[in-house]
Design a protein around this ligand. Structure first.
Ligand SMILES: Cc1cc2nc3c(=O)[nH]c(=O)nc-3n(C[C@H](O)[C@H](O)[C@H](O)COP(=O)(O)OP(=O)(O)OC[C@H]3O[C@@H](n4cnc5c(N)ncnc54)[C@H](O)[C@@H]3O)c2cc1C
Length: 428
């Protein structure tokens, strides 16, 4: 493991790796879920954690420049201290780094409001696989001077260049946050409600789906009974704000939320029950039900001495309800006794399909069956976690031959010696 402390140090390492034909695997917080930051074939780990400089917040531009090794939580606290906020949030915030988030184009809970990581990136400094350093950190929001190299590095999973510094856009600090947990009659109606709330609720920041079958074991595991009926088919967690801290209070976001739900599902019994929280600890409690899903899936699998199959996919919004129905039916039919935690950032059409096979079963074929279903219904096999090594065999099935050829040509041009994450993305 090599831990350089500067862009020049990274450039020296890349030069040495090129000379000696040694493969490098970039690693930030190692929270990636597809094995992209892990050496599988004896590669040298290039840890970016020492690149943790945090520049002053430029309030005039609403931007900040930080090192690739800065943890998301540190960035969030830094922006908050300057009265602003960062637009991306995810449960791995205590470990995930800015460089890793750029390299995976991380999404998270607030994409519905602010977009994914690429929407926050204004510029980067990086060492390409050619050994050349590219640096464009001037903070120009509009800059149509040829190819946008920063955007090319977003989602490149360490295969084209090593990101060392990032210029990021910040967003207004939200005021008067409200979180609602809505117990909804059916899954299809939960998806419709989420779609409508994007237009009806002015300060919407997150729209998270959990099926009843997934939320009930999570609540049980947390030993925290749900504050709403436990009998619903699906649940929607909604977060909204009441404007920004820079301006006086606009409206009561809790009233906005209740009015938006009422106007979306007038006069029906679609929403069976609801809990609304404004105090920080109450909001955190409602979020905990959603954020604990991933760890509860692992715990449930451990109790059965099996491995949880975790898939992160997107479907076209119109086909989301059908996919949810079909994937649950598929698991029940092909792997009887399996448990399914189905949840996700439904505002972006993003579902996390976690299947825990029955005790004694490796769940052979689950990943393939779920991903086949996704592709058959026009979806993407990776919504926000990337391809890494876990989904390599599927890339060429999910993207056309011409698209993959173009990707390979870019890889060959920027990493001609093939030393950057050579076992990620392409090949079987
Ligand atoms: C509990 C939990 C919740 C999560 N929730 C979400 C979520 O909601 N949304 C989401 O999108 N992801 C989520 N993730 C996945 C993960 O947090 C993100 O992919 C994150 O962006 C990875 O950052 P990292 O620093 O840990 O990168 P790593 O895991 O270290 O690396 C990830 C990839 O980026 C490359 N890389 C790392 N640093 C650099 C660099 N400086 N330059 C070039 N390449 C680099 C690596 O080679 C690897 O391919 C979650 C993970 C966990 C454990």
């Amino acid at each position: 493991v090599v831990r350089p402390g500067s862009t020049a140090g990274v450039a020296d390492l890349v030069a040495a790796a090129r000379r000696h034909k040694v493969a490098l695997v970039a690693q930030g917080g190692n929270t990636g879920l597809v094995g992209g930051g892990v050496p599988h074939m004896g590669e040298v780990v290039l840890s970016l954690r020492r690149l943790d400089d945090v520049g002053p917040v430029d309030r005039l531009a609403g931007q900040v420049t930080v090192g690739a090794g800065v943890r998301l939580e540190t960035l969030q606290a830094h922006a908050a201290a300057a009265g602003l906020a960062f637009g991306v949030d995810l449960a791995a915030r205590g470990s995930a780094t800015v460089g890793g988030m750029v390299a995976t184009n991380a999404g998270g809970s607030h994409v519905v409001r602010y977009g994914s990581m690429r929407s926050q990136v204004v510029g980067v400094e990086a060492v390409l696989g050619t050994g050349q350093v590219v640096s464009r950190l001037g903070g120009l929001v509009k800059d149509n001077t040829g190819y946008d190299l920063a955007q090319l590095l977003c989602g490149s999973e360490g295969t084209l260049g090593i990101v060392t510094l990032v210029r990021l856009a910040l967003v207004p600090a939200p005021r008067d946050l409200v979180v609602g947990l809505l117990a909804v009659r059916s899954l299809a109606e939960t998806i419709e409600l989420a779609s409508e709330l994007r237009w009806a609720l002015p300060g919407v920041r997150a729209l998270e789906l959990m099926t009843g079958e997934s939320l009930r074991p999570v609540a049980e595991h947390l030993a925290d009974p749900l504050p709403v009926t436990a009998d619903a088919e699906a649940y929607l967690l909604v977060e909204a704000d009441g404007g920004s801290t820079s301006v006086p209070r606009r409206a009561d976001p809790a009233e906005d939320l209740i009015a938006a739900v009422a106007s979306t599902v007038p006069g029906t019994a679609v929403v069976l029950d609801s809990a609304v929280a404004t105090a920080e600890h109450e909001r955190a409690r409602l979020w905990r039900y959603r954020e604990a899903h991933s760890e509860v899936a692992v715990s449930l699998a451990r109790e059965r001495s099996v491995i949880a199959h975790k898939l992160d996919v997107t479907l076209p919004t119109a086909g989301l309800a059908r996919f949810c129905h079909d994937v649950v039916a598929l698991a029940k039919e092909r792997w009887p006794g399996s448990e399914m935690l189905l949840f996700g950032h439904v505002g972006d059409g993003n579902l996390h399909v976690n299947v825990i096979p029955p005790a004694g079963s490796a769940g052979e074929g689950i990943d393939a069956a779920v991903l086949e279903l996704v592709m058959a219904q026009g979806g993407s096999i990776s919504a926000e976690h990337g391809i890494g090594v876990a989904k390599k065999p599927w890339l060429e099935r999910n993207r056309s031959v011409s698209e993959v050829d173009a990707m390979r040509a870019i890889k060959a041009a920027l990493d001609p010696a093939g030393i950057l994450n050579p076992h990620v993305l392409f090949g079987r």
